[in-house]
Design a protein around this ligand. Structure first.
Ligand code: F6P
Length: 328
């Protein structure tokens, strides 16, 4: 029997970071189990469809977006170590518990890929933890570069419910044992190969991409007859968690590039709730993550809901695109 999440965390208690993070991770795991259940039961409980509200970016919220957000907040409130939370679904931060020297700040996209919900496709939750700084917690406390995250991960709600996270040095994947109601370590120490022959991008946006991105994708599509000299495959689940999960398990590169529809430098994905947590995971697994040309984890956020271009996965592919931007 593989070790449970609790056993795994107990075995890592000699690592000061893990000892500090363990209770928060257990509470987040509990929220993810509750969210998985809400998604599975949604057609039976009347929880499918629109909530009738918009989030701060003007996107229509689904009922399950709202439910998942509430479940994540409830779980975080029950964890004394989590002082405050910022969520993609909320305009402002939420103060939860008294802030001490050991406190943590939780950032979350409680339900990623929610356009997949009503068609029964994979969705996920994304989370990351920052060490709280001394003094009272404000919005500015969350505006820190991604390399300061001490933990990041996601839950995948697909054929199985999985929890994948890093505390900085390695990436481990756990599968929910439904009968026991706990996560078991099934995918230890995930690694991403530097080379790949699979890319993920929403190709419908081609006309909006910057020229280096158009060049990169055209070369992949040219296959063995083109400058890359090999054939590539394309996959797009339209839920970042699922696309990143595939890359952690079998390699590849994921792109949601900044494009001409957005303000300069921006893309579709959120820096704090999506790009940074995934970048920490991908780098811990030996891959690379950039906004196209610069390391994502070194970006200095200016706003809570800031967007960015995202290119992550196989190191050599991410670096190749960055070199196309440089030479452009
Ligand atoms: O909001 C984020 C998201 O749903 C990601 O999970 C996903 O990668 C992307 O948007 C899908 O975008 P599109 O609708 O352009 O395929």
């Amino acid at each position: 029997m593989p070790p449970s999440l609790a056993t795994f965390l107990a075995s890592q208690q000699h690592e000061p970071t893990v000892a500090r993070l363990a209770p928060a991770l257990q509470h987040i795991a509990g929220a993810c189990i509750a969210i998985a259940r809400a998604i599975r039961q949604a057609a039976l409980t009347g929880s499918q469809g629109l909530a009738g509200s918009d989030n701060i970016q003007g996107e229509a919220q689904q009922k399950l977006d709202v439910i998942s957000n509430e479940l994540m907040i409830e779980a975080a409130r029950r964890c004394p170590q989590i002082a405050a939370l910022a969520s993609e679904e909320l305009d402002d931060i939420v103060q939860l518990n008294a802030s001490t020297a050991d406190s943590l700040l939780l950032l979350t996209d409680p339900l990623d890929g929610s356009s997949n919900l009503d068609i029964g496709m994979t969705v996920g939750s994304i989370f990351s933890l920052l060490p709280a700084t001394a003094g009272s917690v404000t919005t500015a406390s969350f505006l820190r570069p991604g390399h300061e995250q001490c933990c990041a991960g996601y839950a995948l709600y697909g054929p199985a419910t999985m929890l994948v996270f890093t505390t900085g040095s390695e990436v481990n994947g756990f599968t929910l044992d439904e009968a026991r109601g706990e996560f078991l370590l099934t995918h230890p120490q995930l690694q991403i190969a530097p080379e790949c022959s699979e890319f993920a991008i929403n190709a419908a946006n081609l006309r909006h991409w910057e020229l280096p991105v158009q060049r990169y994708i055209a070369e992949c599509q040219a296959g063995s007859a083109g400058p890359r000299g090999k054939d590539f495959n394309m996959r797009w689940v339209a839920a970042m968690v699922a696309d990143v999960h595939r890359i952690l398990l079998r390699g590849g590169v994921f792109l949601y590039p900044r494009d001409a529809r957005q303000p300069p430098g921006a893309g579709k994905l959120r820096l704090l709730y999506e790009a940074n947590p995934m970048a920490l995971l991908i780098e811990a697994a030996g891959g690379a993550a950039s906004n196209g040309s610069e390391r994502l984890l070194d970006m200095n956020p200016e706003r809570l809901h800031q967007r960015t271009g995202v290119v992550l996965g196989a190191r050599n592919e991410v670096e190749r695109l960055a070199s196309y931007h440089l030479s452009h």
